[in-house]
Design a protein around this ligand. Sequence first.
Ligand code: IPE
Ligand code: IPE
Ligand code: MG
Length: 247
Amino acid sequence: MKEEYADLLARIDKQRLPQHIAVILDGNGRWAARHDLPRTAGHKAGVEAVRRLAEICRELGVPCLTVYAFSTENWKRSREEVGFLMELFVEKLYGEMSTMQANGIRYGFIGNREGLPDKVRRTLERAMADTAGNTDMVLNLAVNYGGRDEIVRAARALVREGLTADAITEQTFSDRLDTAGLPELDLLIRPSGELRLSNFLLWQAAYCEFVFMDKLWPDFGKRDLLEAVIEYQSRSRRFGGRPDDKK
Ligand code: IPE
Ligand code: IPE
Ligand code: MG
């Protein structure tokens, strides 16, 4: 298995791995159309690609992976498509449980829980509780997630807790975001040829590196992830400073 991509692995510096990778799972519909299949077949193939992605991240040693599976705007889609996706989440959350346990991966969640159908919310909560003891990697599912919604919910939390204006800092604010406690976002990957965030991780993307690719999500393989990491490691991250500046 590993020989398949040993060439790419050899080019990766294990000491400088991105600690948090996020992926926008886009292009399922176009993939299905290209194969003359219903959109639902594209979503199923997309789940397989998530499995490959989680496997390679785990193998590489990336501790945190976040996948954008359903946005706060995706409710605009047909009832059939939304219903299919919700059923698919429930089915896969249960279906992947043994793999998660065997690989020491825990489920995390970012998004608006209140807006989820009861069955999805309960399944997610159960899946998170059952995998809570796994410490090798976290697979965060962004479902009913919107960056603006997350920021508004964090602002409400601060008000509800009665923080004074002066107590609101970047730290206290980010502590109320869904990503609190996770490593900083280092690398954000969007397949499918679109060059936009579509309301994903607006706050967290402040200094992450972007990798866009034309490939549709269901075609995304382990080599693509490794190539994205190599691209990430080739960038000079300056965070507003200059690498040669000495304080
Ligand atoms: C991403 O694929 C899956 C979800 C948004 C749930 P799309 O369904 O957006 O696929 P395209 O963009 O139509 O090809
Ligand atoms: C972004 O894809 C959301 C997810 C993949 C979950 P969309 O297909 O919804 O994004 P737009 O509409 O092309 O911006
Ligand atoms: Mg899309």
